[in-house]
Design a protein around this ligand. Structure first.
Ligand SMILES: Cc1ncc(C[n+]2csc(CCOP(=O)(O)OP(=O)(O)O)c2C)c(N)n1
Ligand SMILES: [Mg+2]
Length: 294
């Protein structure tokens, strides 16, 4: 059980991270909004509670590894890393600028805290499975986490990694799937139906936990359960709302790959108003989170 104060801190941190995310995307004039907003609670739970890491020693050999497979949602990882102390928060303003360490897709070696270069979808689970097997062969205790999207489950390599991890009983591997039901140009179940995901993973010898991806307590207890499972890797299917927190972006795949302020999107405020409306909604959050805990 999480202490109430810690939970309140994490929920407020997630919202602060969402605000910085949107300001950063607006400044860049390009980048992804929906996936990053939807994963803000998961990233906050990991960087501020779950991971065994040290932002001042990003190469510490016993650190848990967080592999981001769906590289296009890196803006949310960048903000979480900055807030956790990996690099200065003011550097977020350089997103997607020439020579910036914060490129549109993550680059290992450029920025502390980035474990793999990604962007081409579908490789992260295989890479993470290899890292998990290597850690076990070396007798090391750190854990490997891989964040992967639902759209990536259209890719063959994703299932090869799942099969390999199941075969090798990689209990030090946990995948967190961003189950937000959208991909670049439509709903997943229309583009390429993925269900029944639980049964598919179970058939590959995985432990499966479904969570509300906006419930930080559930995310944390799922990660603890995964640590306690022997002989099987775990997938946490995080049911998220793409665009979470900004009503006009929520569950609208048209917001997959654009920032606020860059284009007029049908059904959304005019581009000149998008950032203002989004930040106002995030700051008040309909009074929801704050009033619940006060
Ligand atoms: C191998 C590969 N194919 C295509 C793309 C282009 N692409 C970028 S994001 C994306 C959608 C993937 O779905 P998902 O990650 O679920 O999107 P989201 O939930 O973030 O909207 C696609 C097809 C890519 N980056 N890599
Ligand atoms: Mg998706």
């Amino acid at each position: 059980m999480l202490h109430d104060d810690k939970l309140k801190f994490l929920e407020e941190k997630a919202n602060e991270i969402r605000e910085d995310l949107l300001a950063m995307l607006f400044e860049a004039g390009s980048g992804h909004s929906a996936g990053p907003l939807g994963m803000a609670d998961v990233f906050t739970a990991f960087y501020f509670h779950i991971l065994n890491h040290n932002p001042k020693k990003p190469d510490w050999k016993d650190r848990d590894r967080l592999v981001l497979s769906n590289g296009h949602i890196c803006p949310i990882q960048y903000v979480a890393l900055a807030h956790a102390g990996y690099f200065p928060i003011h550097e977020l303003k350089t997103l997607r600028k020439i020579n910036s360490r914060l490129q549109g897709h993550p680059h290992r070696g450029s920025l502390p805290g980035i474990e793999t270069t990604s962007g081409p979808l579908g490789s992260g689970i295989s890479q993470a499975a290899g890292m998990a097997l290597a850690a076990r062969m070396d007798g090391r205790r750190h854990r490997i986490y891989c964040f992967a999207s639902d759209g990536e489950h259209d890719e063959g390599n994703t299932w090869e990694g799942i099969m390999f991890a199941g075969k090798n009983r990689l209990s030090n591997l946990t995948v967190v799937m961003d189950r937000n039901n959208i991909q670049i140009d439509g709903f997943t179940e229309e583009v390429m139906p993925l269900e029944p995901l639980r049964a598919k993973y179970e058939a590959f010898n995985w432990n499966v936990i479904d969570v509300d991806g906006h419930n930080i307590e559930q995310i944390i207890s799922a990660a603890y359960e995964a640590k306690a499972i022997y002989e099987r890797p775990t997938v946490i299917i995080a049911h998220t709302i793409p665009g979470k927190g900004v009503s006009y972006m929520e569950s609208n795949y048209l917001w997959h790959g654009i920032p606020p302020g860059a284009s007029d999107v049908p059904g959304s405020p005019p581009k000149s108003e998008q950032l203002r409306v989004a930040l106002q909604e995030l700051r008040t959050l309909g009074g929801k989170i704050r009033s619940e805990h006060e």
